[in-house]
Ligand binder design. Structure first.
Ligand code: HEM
Length: 140
């Protein structure tokens, strides 16, 4: 029971890391648009790549704790909603990879990747919400 509780706790912390960073990045994007000086905007622009590392770590925590939870249940939870959830998780991992690639391009000075990043952020947020909803359908 304790093992299960600790894993579920880790699963929720991973979720909180992802959602927390997602909302923060949305606020920062608005603040960049409203920044009074180019210097203030560029200081704000340095934050999302740093914060993204936290959300990526959250995704890793989610996947590892999720797999261990599944192992705990002896792989018994394999209904329709669960497989739909796993499809959503695969989508999240794909978007995470695209975000990583875009981040590398921005670091190398390619600013066209910034526009791609602005589309990937909401896509990740939407998928995260969908996966959370599918998780509740699957386990209740
Ligand atoms: C390979 C990836 C994943 C696997 C194998 C997995 C597996 C599981 C399992 C087995 C549970 C049941 C826990 C229990 O009650 O004992 C669970 C719960 C949950 N998972 Fe995941 N998970 C994964 C990724 C994710 C992701 C990416 C999210 C969110 C973005 C997520 C959100 C949740 C939520 C909210 C619950 C609680 C549902 C409830 O109790 O109603 N999981 N997961």
């Amino acid at each position: 029971m304790l093992y299960h509780d600790i894993l579920l706790f880790a699963h929720f912390i991973g979720l909180a890391m992802g959602i927390g960073v997602g909302i923060t990045n949305m606020v920062i994007a608005r603040m960049i648009g409203a920044a009074a000086t180019p210097d203030a905007a560029s200081a704000l622009r340095s934050l999302p790549p740093i914060l993204s590392r936290i959300s990526m770590a959250g995704l890793v925590v989610l996947v590892i704790s999720g797999l261990l939870l599944l192992f705990y249940w002896g792989f018994a939870i394999t209904d329709f909603w669960f497989w739909l959830k796993i499809l959503g998780v695969a989508g999240m991992i794909g978007v995470a990879y695209l975000m990583y690639q875009a981040q590398e391009k921005i670091r190398a000075g390619d600013q066209t990747a910034a526009a791609q990043m602005r589309q990937l952020g909401p896509a990740m947020g939407g998928l995260g919400l969908l996966v959370t909803l599918l998780s509740v359908f699957s386990f209740h």
